[in-house]
Design a protein around this ligand. Sequence first.
Ligand code: PMP
Length: 299
Amino acid sequence: MLQQYDKRNNDIQIWVDDKLYPRNEAKVSVFDSTVQGGDAVWEGLRVYDGRIFCFEQHLNRLMASAKAMAFAKIPTKEFITDALMQTLKANNQRDETHVRLTLSRGLKITSGMDPRLNQFGCTLIIVAEWKPPVYPPSIKLVTASQRRNSPMCVDSKIHHNNLINNILAKIEANFAGVDAAIMLDIYGFVSEANGVNIFMIKDGTVYTSYADACLPGITRATVIEICKNNNITIVERNISISEFYNADEVFVTGTMGELTAVSEIDGRTIEQQHNKSILQKINKHFKTKTEKEGTLLTF
Ligand code: PMP
């Protein structure tokens, strides 16, 4: 699965710091922390029919990540909301839009790791692109040799821009000719795929990994809530890769691609023997939520 360029994004306006720029003029300094050390946090959001889905949860996670990283002069939620609304308005984007919102530690007075060199406050970057959900109806996965960080290394609860760990896993998927890579935690249990959380269904029960080494995804939380509200048993526990091979259904979740079925892992077909309707059922509830819930656009 390779995303394609969408010509509608030729002329989009992009927010940097405190104003909008045409796509080709939107730039950050070479002294910005995101260039120097991947020292930034981010969110991916989606706009459906005049609403930003789960906006409050995304803002909260962004703020929590920025606080964990001890950023100084973090813009307020009101400032970020206003900047996002202005960006979407400038591009007239009310649907089919994915937003990549990045907050870096900001500009440095000279190159170096020390956050005390960052004396100007955070840099806010908002890239809102025309982008319908990116995955095909089903995808294939391979298990990567690259492990997902445990809190012993870098806590995956910080949604930071240091994505090398996951990019190396994705490279393994590319070489294997599949869509994405499953990343194990340091104990060998399945953590997540390189950019999405992962679930399996067996004998009518939905399982997902503990959010110890994976990002606690907002789509993941939405799926757990859907299961709890609709009498679908959902269990969070350590799950091994062999259990995934033998699952009735496997699916991944994320803002970029929503819920996507997995047809194969490491060459093993996911047989879909029982309860094929459970993923469909969860998906139906998810679609209803995206149609009805979310923060209304102010333009
Ligand atoms: N895992 C990783 C590593 C991710 O980067 C993302 C996307 N932000 C997800 C899972 C899915 O998270 P969400 O449902 O909040 O988009």
